[in-house]
Design a protein around this ligand. Sequence first.
Ligand SMILES: N[C@@H](CCC(=O)N[C@@H](CS)C(=O)NCC(=O)O)C(=O)O
Length: 355
Amino acid sequence: YAIYRTENLADVWTDITETLKKVDKLLAKRRGNEKFLSGAALPGLVDYAIWPFIERLPQSIDIAGHNSEEFLRKELPAVHDYRKQLLADPTVQKVSLPYEQLLAHTREYLTNDNPDKVYKKGDPFPARADPNLLRLYNVPHCQFCERVRLVLAAKGIEHEVINVNLKDKPEWLLDRNPSGKVPVLEIGPDSQILTESLIISEYLDEAYPDKQRLQPEDAFQRATDRLFIETFGAKNTVIKHLYVTENLADKWTDIMEGLTALNKVLSNRRWIHKFISGAEQPCLADYMVWPLIQGLVVLVDLAGQDREELMPKWLPALYDYWRQMPTDPTVQKVCQPHEALVARNRDMRSKIFKK
Ligand SMILES: N[C@@H](CCC(=O)N[C@@H](CS)C(=O)NCC(=O)O)C(=O)O
């Protein structure tokens, strides 16, 4: 039962092995030299009553990250041999699931049972129940992960999300992206890996051409969109103040200079369109800059500025766009409302600047 009760099986591995060895001893004693517990040539009621437990027993070993086949052979000889006999029984073959399937079901149950789980160092790798399902390694409040989630939602691409703790990273995240950054996308049965939010987003748009296209057909327009996304990202240094500046009001002149530059980049690109796409729906470029723009307005609020007074006058492009994007159903589905973001960032800042 450890698998259902203990988040980090490595912590209780000694208890698990001790319990398993006791089971092995008990089984060896009861069975003697017989094939089955019934003492007969065929399994009896006692065997069928015990089998479901023996059948599931290796799961705790595999889910704890060890190799159950090897462990059973070396450490639990009675269980290993008894399993071999029972697995040869036609009734067991008819009724029981193959072990790999049983394990996959349990792993799926353990993962899906707790979609809010945040994986950290030492946590066993959550097995991919369906290798054809895309998997996104994610941090809910990360702007770059939000880019990818927007694209997945806008295109309606099925996927699963594994949340990770960036302060205490699981080893298997570092295996997948040695820089330790999210987002990371894991693709197909060969577990191909892609990193970098913009690259992942472009890949998704191209790999799923039957779903709504988010990039322009024209190569030059695609290139200028990319240039815009990269320029906006590179110029967005002002956001660092959220994390490094305790008193934002003190730095307001610097912050305002940064915001004005970004307002200019946006107004140069957007003209009078609702969205950067120029169409009725946002495009990939919108989904790439939107998470960054949300952060900028949070910064204005947390600096104690009167947003409704300041922005329409001095940062009109950012303001208008900030009001426009939440009309998009994908943004409504994926993004947190502004007030929630402000509260989260205030909370984060109070932890950073706690004396
Ligand atoms: N250029 C990357 C940036 C990703 C990034 O910086 N992610 C942050 C979270 S918002 C991260 O994983 N930080 C963890 C670290 O640097 O150790 C992208 O666009 O995907």
